[in-house]
Ligand binder design. Sequence first.
Ligand code: SF4
Ligand code: SF4
Length: 120
Amino acid sequence: MVIKSLAGVAKEALRSPETLEYPEEREAVADNYRGIHKLDMKTCISCAACARICPNQTINMVEVNTERGKKEMPEINFERCLFCALCEEVCPTACLVLTKDYNFEKFDRREFINRPEDLK
Ligand code: SF4
Ligand code: SF4
């Protein structure tokens, strides 16, 4: 019994570590995983459909300077986001998409609010 237990301990001690060295090593996410948003500011037409459909009032249309003057584009508060992807579904130009990126930890809750320029 004791020998069997010691053999088990030795086996575990020799096994390579299971812990990933995050953030250098990351686990693969599922195909249908919905992560943080990406916005293509060049193709956003400022229609605000994303802001209107959002069920949790996560999207605020804010003014940004573009090559063609001032335009309103989505600012997203990830603290409120449900990652439902309705904003992606409704976007007529497919410029707003949810990525596989889940790396958005913050030290200050105000940093969860991402302006259009930050949604890259
Ligand atoms: S994923 Fe859902 S909750 Fe998040 S911003 Fe889009 S519509 Fe709103
Ligand atoms: S991201 Fe899409 S839905 Fe939202 S304002 Fe731009 S074009 Fe419209």
